[in-house]
Design a protein around this ligand. Structure first.
Ligand code: NAD
Ligand code: MG
Length: 394
């Protein structure tokens, strides 16, 4: 059997690192032909991963770190490159399975390159579906590329839909842990620091998505992601708060039956599912012990304390490129919060202001959408966000 060609975009992050670990667990360089690995600032880790997997090329997105990466790979025979163009060139290299795990809308352009490969595109980068859902889906369809969701909720829905009558789908139930501030009042949330927001109760994730879980912008993005991936109308997508994060999501059918996917709160489950699809390989994850778990609980979502959920539904109703505005404004807000420039509740306020200001114009852009159109609204929303933050601080 020929070895599958694999690339990982964002290999040095939380999802990327777990993907590297699973590849090593499943035979590493003996079992796979690793085409490209990419990172940004953690050069030492990128070089270590490239050596361990004997990658064809390692690329850092940081144009100033090329010499450092080359030095770290000296004597290995592994090629290296730096900067955005090198990243896109690596993304265009033929591969059978690509993990898209760069964080933020920076993952869109490499994801689109990989979508033209005709293989499997394992998508952790939900932001690319939020800001350019139709563009990414159409590109995959045009090139026969299979899109496999890696977000745990969407992997769960994908699994629950397997072999089912899609015409009888009645609703999607996205589970949400509720994040670290699930029981906090708005007044308490106002005082929360980045360190408190990053500390997720169940999942060990990158800093940015952890803060997104605290604001519930993560779930907001996931509502839009589910709509794009599964073609389900917004009114059939529900959010249910499930603090234990054991049920990863559910699908309800016309006969009242619910199919749920359960597992430990460990992203290696969803990554491994996508890596081995359509087979299921033994994964080094904990097995659920139901007697020890004892209780699974559920609560209604609260769009008043967590306005992100309401904003996602407004974006779905508006359509067009309003998702690009929501996503980029959210990224600008997150940068400002992590830098201590705005408070926790200001993040949703900034996103709402950006949507009020440029959302309608972006929503009117519906046909023939290009990467350039998406990046235009991405840039506009960031500029709006930065100006909003600056005005706040007078
Ligand atoms: P992370 O911050 O841990 O890693 C991000 C990766 O992207 C790193 O390799 C980093 O070097 C790279 N990167 C950052 N900025 C870049 C840029 N401008 N250009 C190129 N590369 C850049 O993030 P993560 O938690 O692994 O999340 C990755 C993606 O997966 C995100 O889209 C996130 O929403 C999604 N996701 C993550 C989890 C999780 O458990 N961590 C779960 C579901 C979905
Ligand atoms: Mg998720």
């Amino acid at each position: 059997m020929t070895r599958r060609r694999i690339s990982i975009f964002g290999s040095t992050g939380s999802i990327g690192g777990n993907t590297v670990e699973l590849l090593m667990h499943q035979g590493g360089a003996e079992a796979y032909d690793v085409v490209a690995l990419t990172g940004a600032s953690n050069i030492a880790l990128l070089a270590e991963q490239a050596r361990a997997l004997r990658a064809g090329i390692a690329v850092t997105a940081d144009p100033n770190r090329g010499a450092e990466l080359a030095a770290a790979l000296a004597g290995s025979g592994i090629a290296s490159a730096a900067g955005q163009e090198a990243l896109l060139e690596a993304a265009a290299r033929p591969a059978d399975w690509v993990m898209s795990a760069i964080v933020g809308s920076a993952g869109l352009a490499p994801g689109l390159c990989a979508a033209r490969n005709g293989g499997m595109l394992a998508l952790a980068n939900k932001e690319s579906l939020v800001c350019a859902g139709a563009l990414l889906m159409d590109t995959c369809a045009a090139h026969g590329t299979t899109l496999l969701p890696v977000d745990s909720e969407h992997s769960a829905i994908f699994q629950a839909l397997n072999g089912e009558d899609h015409g009888a789908l009645e609703r999607l139930l996205l589970t949400a842990s509720g994040g670290p501030f699930r029981n906090k009042s708005r007044a308490e949330m106002a005082a929360m620091t980045p360190a408190q927001a990053v500390a997720h109760p169940n999942w060990d994730m990158g800093a940015r998505i952890s803060v997104d879980s605290a604001t519930m912008f993560n779930k907001a993005l996931e509502i839009i992601e589910a709509h794009v991936l599964f073609g389900v109308p917004p009114e059939k997508i529900e959010v249910v708060v499930h603090p234990q994060s054991i049920i990863h999501s559910m699908v309800g059918f016309a006969d009242g039956s619910i199919m749920a996917q359960l597992g430990p709160a460990d992203m290696r489950g969803a990554i491994g599912f996508a890596l081995n699809h359509p087979a299921r390989a033994a994964l080094p994850v904990e097995r659920l012990d139901f007697a020890a778990l004892a209780t699974l609980t559920f609560e209604a979502e609260d769009p008043v304390r967590f306005p992100a959920l309401r904003l996602a539904r407004e974006v779905l109703a508006a359509g067009g490129l309003s998702g690009a505005v929501l996503n980029a404004a959210k990224e600008a807000a997150l940068d400002a919060f992590l830098a201590g420039r705005i408070g926790f509740l200001d993040m949703a306020a900034l996103v709402e202001a950006a949507l009020d200001s440029i959302g309608a114009e972006a929503a009117s852009k519906r046909q023939g959408i290009s990467l350039g159109d998406v990046m235009h609204y991405d840039r506009k929303a960031r500029e709006f966000g930065n100006a909003w933050v600056a005005a706040r601080r007078v």
